[in-house]
Every structure is written in C-alpha cells, then in structure tokens.
Ligand binder design. Structure first.
Ligand SMILES: [Zn+2]
Length: 435
C-alpha cells in the first residue's frame, strides 16, 4: 500500500488505505516545537522519497521468476483471491503491484527408475492443476502468458500475468522427447535439477539422506545435453539454478540460446553450494542471459547448517509434507510434538533472517560483476523464500524502495524487475525452431 491509489482499489472502487508515509503531521507529547518541526520535516521527507519510489514501482512491469504452489489435492478449498496462509495470491499480488510471476511445476527428486519418474510426473502435474484452477477460476484477474508480447498485452489490459516454469527435469525420465508436452502446457523455463542428482546432471545439493557423493556425473550427461538442445529447439529457457557449479557452467556453454538462473544468490557473499560463484555468474551473462537474485534467508545470509535438516526430519516424523506445513491440520498429539520440536530447534539453531538490504547487496554484487542487463529478482515464495521486508507479494514495493535508495535509475530498476527476463525470453523464442 502506498500514497497513491492502488490498482486494486481503482478496480474495486474501494477507498485506498494510506500508509505511514502519508502521515504528514506527526504529533509529539512534548511541546517542544523545534522537535515537532524536525519530526515533521523528516516524515515529509520520508514520504516524498517513499511516495516517489512507490509511484515508480507502480509504473514498472514487475516479474517474479519463482513462485511455488501446493499440490492441488492439498488446497481444494483455496479460492486464490485471498489465502491468508499463502505468500502469493491474487489480492497480495495486486496490493503489492507484483504484476507477473512464474508459477512452478515443481517435483521432488525421486529415485531414477520407472516408479520414481511416474511419481515426479504426477507431482509436477498436480501443481500444474493448482495453477490451472487459479487461471480458470479468475480469468478476469490473471491470465497465462506464453510469450513476452502476450505478457505485455495481458499487463496492459490490467490483469496479472502468470507464466509457467518447471523445477526439476526428473519427470522427463531422461528422454528429451518428453519436454514437448510441458511446452504445450505453456512451460517457458526448465530447471534441470533440484535437490539430489538426476540423470540430466549433478545437483548443487547432493541428497545426503541417500548418501550421494558431491558429484555423480561430473557435469551434464548425454541426456542433459539432449534436454538442453530440445529446450533450445522449443523455445524454453534453460535454468541453471540448483545445478552443481560445473553442471551449471556446462549448461550455459552448450546452450545455443541465453540461459537463466531463475532463483539463485551470490556465493562470494554467502559460501554455500547452492549459490553461484563468479565463474557461474559470468557464464550466464556470457550467453546474454540473466541471474534472478532470490529472496531466500539462508541463501542471502549464512544460517545454521543443522537447522533445515532438523526441521525436515521433524516434519516427516509428524506427517507434514512440502504441500501441507500447517501443524493445525495434525492430530493434537502430533501437533504438540511438532511445536515442542520446533521450539527446541529454534533454541539450538535460531532462524537467520535476511532483509531487503541483504537482497540488494547480492543484486549490487551481481550488477557490478556482470552488468545491469544480466540481473533480476525472484522470491521463491511458497518454496522457502521470503525475507524481512518482503515476506509476501503485498510487500513487493519495499524492494523497489531499497533499489531507489541505493541510487538505481528507473531504467535500471525496470531491467531488474523483468525487462531483462523478457529480453531473454524473446531471444530464446526467436532462436527456437519448434516445428
Ligand atoms: Zn528451488
């Protein structure tokens, strides 16, 4: 919410709500007029700055390249207009002027066999069904884009834009011919890897539970090469996020079209395997691609390495899943066990909270290394993303405020917030030969 009328308020006829920056006459309990004058000056100055940044934010076409969704069987009651437990719904996107998001056909890395591939396919399709239902229920508020031009036209009509991305190539069962069916659904980027190696290449996060080695293949496999070539042919952006360093660089080198990192951060600022080192960042930029810096606490700031495995172990013990992490759905005994376990984990390994300032530190680093044309922004909402100041889609203007405060021009901010990504999508589709 901001000083200006919001788009949602314009559409619905509601009276827009003013934020703190619109309080032009702060009062004090003291009669010190000098202090009151100083406070008023500061408040008006803040309002002027924030108001200008918010007006700039409203002019942008903002694209978030990574939003995870639950499996449809877990959310049959969701209306998608307003879901209090979700970081992204239609109302929050409208309120925060988050104009477009890539909604993700995610699947967990199951074993590489017939049953595992089938499970991966079913999970990806269950998430597609969630996204499809949102689009079918609210065609007046949000629509699917398959090209940059379609996205711009939908945005110009006053609706939100949904793109489709795919995270984990496991459902392809190692056969590039299976990619076409996802292209036909509207998928426009493919992340080949997730957590755990697969038959396309190595993951940045080997599956410790399955005792996987740091590297399984040492790079992209023959099947991985074929999938990259097929993505190039169809006009699907190749996404290196989650790929192990050498696999990621090889993907960038062999792709005939620009590649993206749909949700990644900078390893020089936080040395974890999931983040990208300077060579990886340069490899993506060398394709004329884009690295979308992700608002994920433990990617931006060093966390306790024991915390997340402990939470996952506890969740599995009480029966929570990736799609249902609400302990209120558990039996009273399991709920109590979960809450006690979480309190113990919080005490032993406190949660690390990154801020919007930390996010923009990573953006600054990437911009200085590879240039403003090769950097963008992603939330990973629904998949563990969300930081102090950008906890859900409604808080999106805070990111623009920080970029303005750091001195980025409107032209540069427009590139970061989606201009670069649309350029890459256009380049990838221009280079494609789908027929
Ligand atoms: Zn991810």
């Amino acid at each position: 919410m901001n000083c200006a009328t919001t788009r949602h308020a314009r559409r619905s006829g509601e009276t827009p709500t003013a934020s703190y920056c619109c309080l032009k006459n702060p009062t004090t309990t003291r009669t010190d007029t000098m202090l009151a004058t100083i406070l008023t000056t500061l408040a008006v100055g803040l309002c002027a700055t924030t108001g200008a940044a918010d007006e700039l934010h409203e002019r942008l076409f903002t694209i978030d390249t990574h939003v995870d969704v639950p499996r449809i069987e877990e959310v049959r009651e969701f209306d998608y207009l307003s879901v209090p437990s979700a970081q992204v719904d239609i109302s929050k996107m409208e309120a925060g002027h988050l104009d477009a998001a890539f909604f993700i056909l995610f699947s967990s890395q199951t074993p590489m066999d017939t049953a595992g591939y089938k499970a991966g396919r079913e999970e990806a399709m269950a998430r597609y069904a969630t996204i499809r239902r949102m689009l079918d229920r609210h065609p007046d508020r949000i629509a699917l884009a398959r090209t940059a031009d379609e996205a711009r036209a939908i945005h110009a009509s006053g609706k939100l834009v949904a793109f489709l991305g795919m995270e984990n190539g496991n459902p392809l069962a190692g056969d590039s011919a299976n990619l076409k069916q996802y292209y036909d659904l509207g998928v426009r980027y493919l992340g080949l890897l997730h957590m755990g190696h697969n038959d396309l290449g190595d993951s940045a996060d080997p599956n410790r539970g399955r005792h996987e080695a740091e590297k399984l293949h040492g790079g992209l496999t023959d099947a991985g090469h074929a999938v990259v070539a097929e993505a190039n042919r169809l006009g699907i952006m190749v996404d290196v996020s989650h790929a192990q360093r050498d696999t990621a660089i090889e993907m960038a080198e062999v792709s005939k079209a620009p590649v993206i990192a749909s949700h990644s951060a900078v390893r020089a600022l936080n040395d974890i395997s999931r983040n990208m080192d300077d060579d990886q960042l340069k490899a993506v930029a060398a394709t004329n691609g884009v690295v979308q810096i992700v608002a994920f606490n433990t990617h931006l700031k060093k966390g306790h390495r024991e915390r997340m495995p402990a939470i996952i172990k506890l969740a599995q013990e009480v029966g929570l899943t990736a799609g249902n992490h609400d302990p209120n759905t558990l039996s009273p005994a399991m709920r109590d066990k979960y809450l006690a376990g979480r309190a113990e984990i919080d005490r032993k390994w406190p949660k690390v909270t990154a801020t919007v300032s930390d996010l923009v530190d990573h953006i600054d680093y990437a911009v200085k290394l590879i240039g403003i044309d090769h950097v963008g922004i992603a939330s990973d909402f629904g998949g563990g993303g969300g930081i102090e100041g950008w906890r859900d889609a409604s808080e999106t203007p805070n990111v623009t405020r920080e970029l303005v405060a750091r001195g980025y021009s409107e032209e540069d901010i427009a590139k970061l917030w989606g201009g670069n990504l649309l350029r890459v999508l256009e380049d990838v589709q221009r280079a494609a030969t789908p027929q």
